[in-house]
Each structure stands twice: as structure tokens, then as C-alpha cells.
Write a protein that binds this ligand. Structure first.
Ligand code: SF4
Length: 363
């Protein structure tokens, strides 16, 4: 057995390697045989916790306003070419209703950092969703907020929160995020964890000036934080951003990082991202075969889909929710997995768990 395979075996058995060993895999894994060995181990590890299930989440992109200006992002506040929109409570509820009828039991509400959505407005929306769909999980993905805000949203019934750390390299982070704080972003993640959310972190692959050493820092950060969800996608440049003309990431490298993440944080829920499908028609299936086990088909109204363009040529912007649901189901099955329309909580979480954790903290 070669040294790469034996490192993969150690990672499989112990869920850990040193930074140097991770770097060695990242820089030296090249042969089709070694890559397949890595992906098969990742799928086997996933199966030991989640069998062959792939969880479906209904994604609702409810605002493309954002006060931030991340240099890679198509809806950054300074991009004046964006046609901005917000969905009101009734529109969001109508997306949830359609999603519920299609079988979804998790709704992911995603948006830019939009101050219009005060805690009071969000709490009203969340409570309404929870009253209409008490058997569903609600995930928020709306960026950095105060601890008080995260407490209020948790009390309103939010189960999970996605906040990608984007990159664990301070220098790289600061070069990409004007007026944002590397430390604060991490602090937000630890706060969300302490409040009992199922927390999602994650990063982009192929950012300008990103090195393999930076990617090892991402893996190490994830191992330490041990989030319940981890979003990893290739960076795809957008023409109306300061980084236009950059090369971006590849599906191949992203698959390696997905598989390594699965082995380092074995129970994590890992999405097969739309960005993978944008770069490669089979990208989402390939991600499932490298250890991913979540997909997030779009439930947003079709007339706003194109306006939520985080990166160039994003796919699935014209398809009705029912079409997305069917399309993704076909892809999951063709990749050899089965669709699970349940809430799809993390293996360590029962649905009551998060509330208990919060009440312990606020008492
Ligand atoms: S990545 Fe998020 S916070 Fe940054 S500009 Fe885009 S929507 Fe706003």
C-alpha cells in the first residue's frame, strides 16, 4: 500500500491527521486510483452514520440586499447592477407551503446581511412558519448578528444556522472582506454553538491567493469547531465584483476537500452545492460520491431566482420548485443513494435538544 492510501486509512480509523499529513494528501494525491480510494472511504464513513440517505432542504432566498461587500460576492452592497428584492412574510410562508406539499421538512432561509430584517420582523416570520409547520426544521443563513439577536431567533424556533467561515486564514480573510472582522466571524460561530443551534461553517476552494496550507487551516478549524453542517464549494468569480477575471476553484479539488472533511468530521451534514453543478453537469452527483449527504433545491419564487446571483452562471434559476425537487431526486438516485425527506437533523441532535441547550444558558 502506498503512503497516501495508508494516510487515508489512518484518517478513516482515527478521524484525525497532523497538518503535515493533511497537506501531504492535498498536494500529492493525483492518481485516479488514490482519488477513488479517498472517495470510497468518505462514502463508507458517511454510510456508518447516515446509511445511504441524502437529505433534501428547501432553500428560500428571501433577500438579496446586503450591507457587506465581500470581494467575491455577486450581491455585495456596492454592486449597483443588482436588481434588489425582499420577500415579505406572506411570500415566505407561501414558499414554505409549496415546499411542504412537495415533501420538504426543512426550510433554509438565506439572504444577505439586510438590516431591514430586524429581530422583530424575523421572529414574526419564524414563529409563523413554526405554527404552520411544527414538524419542520428552520435554518437561517443571514450572516453576522449580535448574540442577543441569535438568542431571540433561537427562542423563536430557529433550529440551525449557517455561517460559512469562508477561510481560516486571517490574512486571506481580511483581503476578501473589507470592514469585516476575522475574529468576530469566528466568535459568531462559537456563540451559535453555545446557544444550541446546529451550526454550519464552511469555506470556498480556489480563492485567489489561497494556498494548500490555507486549506489545511480550514480543515483544522473545522476539526476544532466540529460544526454540525459544513458547506464547501468551489469559488466561482462574478463579473461585477473586484475579483472578476480570477480563475476560481475546480470541482476536482473541491471533491478532495469534501472527502477529507467527511473523514475528519464524520457526522457532519455536507451539502452537495449548486456551485458544483454550475461547474460540471455531474458535479452534484460527484459530490455525493465523495461524501456529501445534503442537497438544497430552490423554493424561491422563479421571478426572483436570477436576482440572487452570488456567482456567475448559477444554475437552476428558471425552474419551478416541483421541477427542482424531481431533478435533484433523479440525481440522488442515479448516484446510488436514496432520498430522505425528513428533517435530517445531525446524528447527535434530537429536535428538543437545541431548545434545552438555550434554556440552560438564559436561565
Ligand atoms: S457573501 Fe454574504 S455578507 Fe458577503 S456580500 Fe455576499 S451576501 Fe453579503
Amino acid at each position: 500500500m502506498n503512503s497516501i492510501k495508508s494516510l487515508i486509512d489512518t484518517l478513516y480509523d482515527t478521524a484525525n491527521l497532523t497538518d503535515d499529513q493533511l497537506l501531504m494528501i492535498l498536494t500529492e494525491i493525483k492518481s485516479t486510483e488514490d482519488l477513488q480510494y479517498l472517495f470510497d472511504k468518505a462514502v463508507s464513513k458517511k454510510a456508518s452514520h447516515y446509511k445511504d440517505a441524502v437529505y433534501m432542504r428547501g432553500l428560500i432566498e428571501f433577500t438579496n440586499y446586503c450591507k457587506q461587500n465581500c470581494n467575491y460576492c455577486g450581491i455585495r452592497g456596492l454592486n449597483t447592477t443588482v436588481d434588489r428584492y425582499r420577500l415579505d412574510k406572506d411570500m415566505i410562508l407561501s414558499c414554505c407551503k409549496e415546499g411542504y406539499q412537495l415533501g420538504y421538512r426543512t426550510f433554509v432561509l438565506q439572504g444577505g446581511e439586510d438590516p431591514y430584517y430586524t429581530d422583530a420582523r424575523l421572529v414574526e416570520i419564524i414563529k409563523a412558519i413554526k405554527i404552520q409547520h411544527p414538524d419542520c426544521a428552520v435554518t437561517l443563513s443571514i450572516g453576522e448578528r449580535s448574540r442577543e439577536s441569535y438568542v431571540a431567533l433561537k427562542m423563536a424556533g430557529v433550529d440551525r444556522y449557517l455561517l460559512r467561515h469562508e477561510t481560516a486564514s486571517k490574512e486571506l480573510y481580511e483581503s476578501l472582506h473589507p470592514n469585516m472582522s476575522f475574529e468576530n466571524r469566528r466568535e459568531c460561530l462559537y456563540t451559535l454553538k453555545a446557544l444550541g443551534y446546529q451550526v454550519g461553517a464552511g469555506f470556498m476552494v480556489g480563492l485567489p491567493n489561497q494556498t494548500d496550507e490555507d486549506l489545511v487551516k480550514d480543515l483544522r478549524f473545522l476539526k476544532i469547531l466540529s460544526p454540525e453542517m459544513i458547506g464547501i464549494g468551489p469559488y466561482i468569480p462574478h463579473e461585477h465584483t473586484p475579483l472578476k477575471g480570477a480563475h476560481g476553484g475546480t470541482v476536482e479539488k473541491t471533491l478532495i476537500l469534501l472527502a477529507l472533511t467527511r473523514l475528519l468530521v464524520p457526522k457532519a451534514l455536507l451539502p452537495s452545492t449548486t456551485a458544483m453543478g454550475t461547474l460540471d453537469p455531474k458535479g452534484r452527483e460527484k459530490a455525493l460520491k465523495a461524501g456529501a449527504n445534503v442537497v438544497m433545491p430552490n423554493l424561491s419564487p422563479t421571478d426572483v431566482r436570477e436576482k440572487y446571483e452570488l456567482y456567475k452562471d448559477k444554475i437552476c434559476t428558471g425552474d419551478e420548485a416541483a421541477h427542482c425537487r424531481q431533478c435533484i431526486e433523479g440525481r440522488i438516485k442515479s448516484a446510488g443513494f436514496s432520498v430522505d425527506m425528513g428533517r435530517g437533523d445531525h446524528a447527535n441532535f434530537k429536535s428538543e435538544h437545541s431548545s434545552k441547550a438555550l434554556f440552560t444558558i438564559v436561565e
